[in-house]
Design a protein around this ligand. Structure first.
Ligand SMILES: *Cc1c(COP(=O)(O)O)cnc(C)c1O
Length: 366
């Protein structure tokens, strides 16, 4: 069945970049330089400029951006990293892949993001870092988190996969911590036409380390200083990202306008996100909570409207994580996972699409 309003439509989304993308590909074919060339280094510069930062290293994807950031920290096996219980599993996987112990911390039920008070209670003698996730496009409450990190001398790593261009007190996501890890997976607010990622870092030492880690541990060809990976940002994807980056703010503004329609139009039976004026939310995802989420999802599908659930299975309930977590009881995160529904809110949607969704939603009765 083809949906009247699909949850996302990447083909439509990228249509508005079509001519430029085709032109870039022609140039790319002519040039014949495929790995770590001018497109990657130019994108790194431009992404750094966008954030008013100095150091950006392009990597293969968002998961690697997190893993390589952690690798830079040189923690010892068994050290603990604080991470939200309410996140996509990638954040937790990165910690496990580095031989570290994830300590899951519950979210603030209003913002869905990690609760700064709960972070304080979870710190032990083995805690080395706080990995925050700016979920759904809204920044975490960074001031108290940075204060806690400073007090306990913890590294801060930001998972910015859903927060390109999001701000907290006028400062961009990815610029608060020691590392800002980004994914450019095609559905993200800044999406490539394949896999891609990047890390913002604060020190020249970390910058050099990241550049080596992503390329077999070598800066100079065939000279390997560290045990590295193959996690390079693809040259072609970098060239596509350079076309889309100048329009990231336009993409975000569009999504914010669509979100506004939901805020104004949806009746109070739907729990909408709570937005503080200090937080510039870029609505990677516009979610609502509803007691009959599954029936609501089916009802929308019956009206040819696509939705998604971010996420259907909470991390502590994932089979893969059995044996890796110290606690399996996360009631707030569980509640969100059981009741959240993500509504269409893409650069590919028109305002008319969203008015239609609101109309159909407001006729749902339970
Ligand atoms: C998408 C995403 C990732 C992983 O990004 P990939 O590029 O798919 O590896 C990590 N964390 C969060 C919160 C994400 O949404």
């Amino acid at each position: 069945m083809s949906l009247m309003i699909p949850y996302e439509n990447l083909k439509t989304l990228n249509k508005s970049f079509e001519e430029q993308l085709k032109h870039k590909f022609d140039l790319f074919l002519d040039k014949g330089w495929y790995i770590l060339g001018e497109e990657v280094s130019s994108f790194e510069k431009e992404f750094a400029q966008y954030h008013d930062e100095k150091y950006v290293v392009g990597v293969a994807n968002g998961l690697d951006a997190l893993i390589l950031s952690l690798k830079c920290c040189k923690f010892n096996d068994g050290d603990e990293v604080i991470v939200p219980s309410n996140t996509y599993i990638a954040t937790i996987l990165a910690i496990i892949h580095c031989g570290l112990n994830p300590v899951l911390v519950e979210p603030d039920p209003e913002t869905y993001n990690i609760d700064p008070e709960q972070i304080k209670k979870s710190i032990t003698g083995k805690t080395r870092a706080i990995m925050v996730v700016h979920l759904y496009g809204q920044c975490c409450d960074m001031d108290p988190i940075l204060e806690t990190a400073r007090l306990h001398q913890l590294k801060v790593i930001e998972d910015c996969a859903q927060a390109h261009g999001a701000k907290y007190k006028n400062r961009l996501a990815g610029t608060f911590g020691d590392f800002g890890a980004f994914s450019f997976y095609p559905t993200k607010n800044l999406g490539a036409l394949g896999d891609a990622g990047a890390v913002i870092c604060k020190s020249e030492a970390d910058y050099e380390q990241l550049r080596q880690l992503r390329n077999y541990g070598s800066e100079k060809k065939y000279h390997n200083g560290v045990i590295g990976y193959n996690s390079r940002l693809d040259e072609l994807q970098a060239s596509f990202l350079r076309i889309k980056l100048p329009r990231l703010n336009e993409i975000n503004e569009h999504k914010r306008e669509l979100a506004e329609i939901y805020f104004e139009g949806l009746n109070p039976s739907f729990v909408k996100p709570k937005i503080h004026p200090d937080f510039h939310n870029v609505y990677h995802i516009y979610n609502i909570l509803h007691p009959e989420r599954d029936r609501l999802k089916q009802y929308l599908l019956d009206h040819a409207i696509g939705t998604e659930i971010h996420y259907p299975v909470a991390p502590q309930d994932q089979i893969a994580l059995k044996g890796y977590l110290m606690n399996f009881d996360y009631p707030i995160s569980t509640h969100i996972h059981q009741h959240t529904l993500s509504l269409p809110c893409s650069f590919a949607h028109t305002k008319e699409d969203i008015y239609k969704v609101v109309d159909v939603l407001n006729k749902f009765n339970f």
